[in-house]
Design a protein. Structure first.
Length: 101
């Protein structure tokens, strides 16, 4: 399943980048980030490795994917666990993001 998701994100990212430039890459990474952060990050890294974008251009899509993924976790946590759980979840997710630096 991960390979299928990764393949889809790679194709989508490359296609949107070709059609819309860097903003297409950020939009596709944001959309994919709703479900998974790893696939858009790997897609951006693959584009860097193939020379289609430089490493600085990969920062925005990866951050967009991480942001939308974190937001989707907060929403799911809030809806499924209630306000109290949602409020406890937010600081934990913030710590997880800070630890990735």
């Amino acid at each position: 399943m991960l390979a299928l998701t990764l393949s889809g994100v790679l194709v989508l990212s490359a296609g949107l980048r070709e059609a819309f430039g860097e903003i297409g890459l950020v939009v596709s990474a944001s959309a994919a980030g709703l479900a998974d952060t790893h696939s858009p990050a790997v897609a951006a890294a693959t584009l860097v490795a193939s020379g289609k974008i430089n490493s600085a251009d990969a920062i925005a899509p990866v951050l967009a994917a991480l942001s939308t993924n974190t937001l989707s976790k907060i929403i799911v946590g809030w809806v499924s666990g209630g306000r109290s759980f949602g409020l406890r979840l937010i600081p934990d997710l913030q710590r997880a993001i800070r630890s990735r630096r």
